[in-house]
Design a protein around this ligand. Structure first.
Ligand SMILES: [Zn+2]
Length: 52
C-alpha cells in the first residue's frame, strides 16, 4: 500500500502587531484579534470597532 504524503501543511502566520490592544474584560495577557474593521477577543467575545 502506498503511503499518502502529507506535505501540504498549512502554517498559520501570526502578524505581530506592536499596537495590539489587550482585552478590557480578560485583562492583560489576552490580546484582541485584528480584523478588517474591528478587534475582537477570542476568549470572551468582546468586540471593539476600529477608529482609524
Ligand atoms: Zn476577552
Amino acid at each position: 500500500m502506498a503511503e499518502e504524503e502529507k506535505g501540504a501543511k498549512k502554517k498559520k502566520s501570526f502578524k505581530a502587531y506592536k499596537k495590539r490592544k489587550t482585552c478590557p474584560k480578560c485583562g492583560a495577557g489576552i490580546h484582541l484579534a485584528e480584523h478588517e474593521n474591528r478587534l475582537s477577543c477570542g476568549k470572551c467575545g468582546y468586540m471593539e470597532m476600529k477608529k482609524d
